[in-house]
Design a protein around this ligand. Structure first.
Ligand code: HEM
Length: 96
């Protein structure tokens, strides 16, 4: 079986400085493992209500466009391979 997807080595590098800068002002800490893996559930703004891991799951919903407006705002949408990797990170239990 493949190793679990790692936030530090595989997910964090997918965010560029502009993504991190734009979002940190809104409290969305894309470069912070503790925030990204927070197990608390709930709904962020008008996004889906998640039973757990609201932060990490809302980020994914924004990247796919399930939660509008789709992110990154004004930037190139993520390709399917990157979305799949992020989804696998969640399925693997939000590992560091
Ligand atoms: C991979 C990149 C990005 C991700 C994962 C991301 C994620 C998110 C998330 C989760 C929210 C919802 C926050 C909330 O409702 O409290 C949001 C909102 C927002 N983001 Fe981003 N973001 C990204 C890139 C960017 C960039 C580059 C910009 C600026 C150019 C930006 C500007 C905004 C704005 C203006 C909102 C508020 C939109 C609204 O609710 O009308 N984001 N983003």
């Amino acid at each position: 079986m493949a190793d679990p997807v790692s936030y530090a080595s595989q997910i964090k590098p997918l965010f560029n400085p502009q993504d991190i800068g734009c979002m940190s002002g809104m409290g969305v800490k894309l470069d912070d493992y503790t925030w990204m893996s927070d197990p608390t559930g709930g709904a962020m703004g008008s996004c889906t209500d998640f039973p757990d891991h609201m932060n990490g799951r809302s980020v994914y919903a924004k990247l796919t466009g399930e939660c509008q407006p789709k992110m990154p705002l004004g930037g190139a949408p993520w390709d399917q391979a990157s979305l799949d990797l992020y989804n696998q990170w969640m399925q693997d239990g939000f590992q560091p």
